[in-house]
Design a protein around this ligand. Structure first.
Ligand SMILES: CC(=O)N[C@H]1[C@@H](OP(=O)(O)OP(=O)(O)OC[C@H]2O[C@@H](n3ccc(=O)[nH]c3=O)[C@H](O)[C@@H]2O)O[C@H](CO)[C@@H](O)[C@@H]1O[C@H](C)C(=O)N[C@@H](C)C(=O)N[C@H](CCC(=O)O)C(=O)O
Ligand SMILES: Nc1ncnc2c1ncn2[C@@H]1O[C@H](COP(=O)(O)OP(=O)(O)OP(=O)(O)O)[C@@H](O)[C@H]1O
Ligand SMILES: N[C@H](CCC[C@H](N)C(=O)O)C(=O)O
Ligand SMILES: [Mg+2]
Length: 495
């Protein structure tokens, strides 16, 4: 596409150079620039992208977009705000894919990955090819690709959406993180349906207060509902959790139609007569699409909420309850979420991505509902992230567990001992239950598994699907599931 066409919608711009220059791609990272690309310089939190213009040019950039005039031997576009201009340029360059692709965005503190996976699974089962973008990976059909952020920058998003359309997708289910919303990573993306899971404490290092955090997630609902059409399939819908008080606030901030789901409060899609076991959940689903008994392999009350959110989306898309039931019942779980590690032992080992106070409490409460023996919990907190959740998570672990082992998660650039000390501050002297601190996560997991007796449950919390541990800025191979398996085997070989 010609540079002129890409920047045509921008009101404030100054161009030095040939507007007819052919642009092959848009890049915001100089290290990824290829011949013919437009490089957009963004002012980041760590560095200023303007510093890398020379590097981008040496890699073959055909033009640059900047906020301050520079002299260069390629066309230069000067705009007041490159981040804002980037959203419009990306939408134009990729020919507005979200006008064709039905994008379902899921936001909330917990449950985004699980819910997007359930939605993708149900839609794929109806031969509605669906892409997925989120914490674990990006999926297009059966293929899976690595991602750096849960919600990628808008240039990557629009490129992926166009690609999904080219691959025959009708839908994309994407996780929309609060960071992503505040940083404008979804600007210019038209959502078909926006889903809210819940709001509890996390990321206060970034958002500072719960109110600001609520408003960050609210940005998704603010941008929804102004596209009114006579075709119901074209109208946008907000799917809200009736049991979370924040939903009322979001209902007030969106122009879209609202559908609610829940368990405790009156809702359009709800679960009644819930039974939770170690291997699944059963409930009566009552909805605007009819009633049906559900028998899911997903464990925990929190997963009923995720299932209800996915059911709401499916019903909005006209899928029958019988088909939704069949599809949901076939799902055994989501990678690293309440995942069982089985190596012939007589106790249960679960790896779960609970890295927030609420998700940890939910995971432990669920285990308490079915455990026959003791609960042993291995938990840590990430470095360079919300410090205020550390003492709270340790306190929750200690409250619900018979033995807690406080260890490292991803310390990133922080000293692990200090993170652990901040966690321990939350439990010291609360009661007489036992806890240990073991800095090395591998050792902590081995210790926990060696302590387990028949019918106990060992919960390894915080890292779920992750296959690395980041210490001092370096990522080492580390997979809780493999480490747990090795621990079970070493215990067996020791007799
Ligand atoms: C705090 C935060 O969100 N940071 C994001 C931000 O980084 P930054 O502002 O520090 O960027 P920077 O390093 O200063 O670089 C500025 C610009 O220079 C460019 N650059 C940089 C170096 C170079 O050699 N050449 C070059 O061109 C960069 O590509 C960028 O465009 O922009 C980067 C590029 O888009 C993101 O990858 C990065 O996410 C980091 C990795 C991160 O950890 N983010 C987390 C907090 C995050 O966003 N998490 C949410 C999920 C949270 C949840 O709900 O659980 C997510 O959506 O992933
Ligand atoms: N609806 C829910 N409510 C509360 N806790 C949940 C819910 N769904 C999942 N969890 C818990 O939170 C953990 C993370 O779940 P999931 O990965 O689906 O959330 P997420 O919102 O994608 O998290 P992240 O912000 O890290 O991407 C799970 O391992 C589980 O313990
Ligand atoms: N999306 C979350 C993931 C946290 C996972 C946990 N293992 C950690 O490293 O803190 C974040 O970036 O805060
Ligand atoms: Mg996620």
């Amino acid at each position: 596409m010609r540079l002129e066409d890409i920047i045509q919608p921008l009101i404030l711009k100054q161009v030095i150079g040939d507007l007819g220059t052919e642009i092959k791609g848009i890049k915001i990272d100089s290290r990824q620039v290829e011949s013919g690309d437009l490089f957009i310089a963004l002012r980041g939190l760590t560095v200023d992208g303007h510093r890398f213009i020379d590097k981008a040019i040496s890699q073959g950039a055909a033009a640059v977009m900047v906020e301050e005039p520079i002299s260069a031997n390629i066309p230069v576009v000067i705009v007041p705000d490159t981040r804002r201009a980037m959203a419009m340029a990306a939408a134009t360059f990729y020919r507005h894919p979200t006008k064709e692709l039905k994008v379902i965005g899921v936001t909330g503190t917990n449950g985004k990955t699980t819910t997007t996976n359930l939605i993708q699974h149900i839609l794929n089962d109806q031969d509605q090819k669906t892409g997925l973008i989120g914490t674990i990976s990006m999926k297009v059909g059966n293929r899976e690709y690595k991602v750096n952020n849960t919600t990628p920058e808008i240039v990557d998003l629009q490129r992926s959406f166009r690609w999904m359309l080219d691959e025959g997708c009708k839908y994309a289910a994407i996780e929309v993180s609060s960071h992503g919303l505040v940083m404008g990573r979804t600007r210019g993306c038209e959502f078909h349906i926006a889903v809210f899971t819940n709001l509890t404490q996390d990321h206060l290092d970034y958002h500072e207060t719960m109110e600001k955090y609520r408003d960050a997630k609210g940005l998704l609902f603010n941008q929804l509902g102004t596209r009114y059409s006579d075709d119901p399939q074209f109208n946008q819908v907000a799917v809200l959790n009736a049991d979370d008080p924040v939903s009322k606030h979001y209902a007030n901030t969106t122009s879209a139609q609202v559908i609610t789901y829940g368990i405790d409060q009156k809702a359009d899609v709800r679960a009644e007569n819930i039974r939770i076991t170690a291997t699944g959940t059963r409930f009566m689903l009552r909805s605007f699409g009819g009633d049906i008994e559900m028998n899911l392999q997903l464990v925990g009350k929190f997963n009923i909420y995720n299932a209800l959110a996915a059911v709401s989306v499916a019903l909005l898309e006209g899928i029958s309850l019988e088909k939704v039931k069949k599809s949901l019942e076939s799902i055994s779980g989501v990678n690293g979420r309440f995942e069982r590690v089985q190596a012939g032992q007589n106790f249960t080992v679960l790896v779960d991505y609970s890295h927030t106070p609420d998700s940890l409490e939910n995971a432990l409460q669920t285990i308490r509902e079915f455990v026959d023996g003791r609960v042993i919990c291995v938990v840590g907190c990430g470095g360079d992230r919300d410090r205020s959740k550390r003492p709270v998570m340790a306190q929750i672990a200690e409250k619900y567990s018979d033995l807690t082992i406080i260890t490292s998660d991803n310390p990133r650039t922080e000293p692990p001992e200090e993170i652990i000390a901040e966690m321990v501050a939350g439990i010291k002297g609360v009661n007489l239950k036992r806890y240990e601190t073991i800095v090395d996560r591998r050792e902590a997991i081995h210790f926990a598994i060696h302590q387990a007796k028949a019918n106990d449950v060992v919960l390894i919390a915080g890292k779920g699907h992750e296959t690395y541990q980041e210490i001092n800025g370096v990522r080492y191979d580390f997979d809780d599931r493999l480490v747990a398996k090795a621990a079970i085997e070493s215990r067996r070989s020791e007799g």
